[in-house]
Design a protein around this ligand. Sequence first.
Ligand code: PEP
Length: 255
Amino acid sequence: MSRRPLIAANWKMHGTLESVQAYLETLVRRVPVAGPEVVLCPPFTLLPAAVMIASGSEVAIGAQNCHWEDKGAFTGEVAPTMLADLGIHWVIVGHSERRQYFGESDQTAAARAQAAQRAGLEVIFCLGETLEQREAGETMAVLERQSAVLAGLDPSHLAIAYEPVWAIGTGRTATTMQAQEAHAALRRRLAGLFGTEAAAALRILYGGSVKPDNAAVQLAQPDVDGALVGGASLDLEGFCAIIHAAPGGRRGAEE
Ligand code: PEP
């Protein structure tokens, strides 16, 4: 049982056809062989071009959201089957910006993740506490509640992103101790949901103002298996530096 580090870029609502082309053409050449798994999640409009450019490379392409139905009268939504049809391998679900601005709940996030897995996609499921919740000492209770809905998912096609809301886009990152404490608690929780072996194989990414200068220390924590990178992933050099900060190869239960 082992965990290959996973470094995912969340471009949010940024990027143009020209920028994704230039970025990916270089990124595919810079990803180290036998290094971490690398996923780029640009906006929906850039997915076809990204899939084409990354085809045959070590870089996988992901979407930032998907609907919970495969088709139907859901104007403006994108079905996970449509993403799979396009050659997409990953999808981010339950991001705090979806929870904060678009009414995402634990239940809708779970429904999206289940539909994504049914369509054959790998899911990055995001969770994390707000500043008020942390200051009220509720972090572990929040993580317990948010992770309860994971029970219906297949752990072998799942990665968790622990993203404290107060650290996203703020420049304020969790300390390595805060991150490791939350990740270890989540892994215990996942062991309760899926069993010890599955939990030991599941990757838990840290997200929240990861930058080239703090990536290495976060990624060195025993239960931090990668990073979900927002702002810093828009800069190719910065994102490459974060990829190179990840410990090479695999680690996990056999260590
Ligand atoms: C994110 O969007 O998931 C994120 C962690 O953003 P940032 O790195 O900008 O904090």
